[in-house]
Ligand binder design. Sequence first.
Ligand code: PGA
Length: 309
Amino acid sequence: MEREVAANRQGNSPVTQPPGASANSLSRQQTPRRGGLGDAPALRGRWDGGGLAWQAFRGELPLVRKAVIAGNWKMHMTCAEARAFASAFLPLVASLPEDREVVLAPPFTAISTLHEELRGSRVALAAQNVHWEEKGAYTGMISAPMLLEHGVTHAIVGHSEPRKYYSETDEQINLRARSAQAHGLIPILCVGESLDQREARETERVIHRQVEQGLEGIDPLRLIVAYEPIWAIGTGKTCAAVEADRICGLIRGWVGHPDVIVQYGGSVNASTIDELMAQPDIDGVLVGGASLDPVGFARIAGYQVPVTA
Ligand code: PGA
């Protein structure tokens, strides 16, 4: 039994390809996800404990294309709330299929607590941002070495909220992603258009620019790109699955590697996840509001896709 995905997709366009050009990406069936941790599938789930899997999850070995379900808690959850979430959530995801990874991005203050709670589980830990310097006079910022100390393996960069509220530029986002990779963290780089840009038919141009500038010098196999249309974030308006898949396919082509992991994000919930994950170019989701409820997020992590005989 195999997932039903579009056939005959191929290609590997360079990141400099003009916007609007067809990505023609390989499907997940044609590029099977080999367990997410390079050639060491037997070691999966041990990213707290050292060894090859830990190295792979720290970005020291190339990731391979597989589903990544990530929860972005934004400015929610005290340490006590994070602990309560973990005790409700972990039993629900203990026996998920091996074809997917689950990642949680708490606020910085709950990272250490959550790290303790997640120990021995198969849920990885992400930061919601990372500074490009290792240390210095950057009040309020957190660096990659500080995150590594707390078992963090991924870092969200370029989310539309810091782009909007703190005027983050593509150049700064690129520096953050570079620093993350240089320290063995996997950047989850977010891109996406505003409603005005979509209505002005600028979607492809905007995202192509974000990809080109944000990913300069970045290794595509130690990377996750999240397509997050700004108009769909926190609004309850999920982008139609087929359109999200089209943009994710374009992103894959612009990144220039068929195995890059491309997520969709924007009002994902338990009732939309199965259709989204059935799309051939959507490799996972970045979930905000719906990741705050352990039962609902476990349902998302346990997505099921249509199968064919
Ligand atoms: P949302 O947020 O799921 O609440 O729309 C997604 C995100 O901002 O990553």
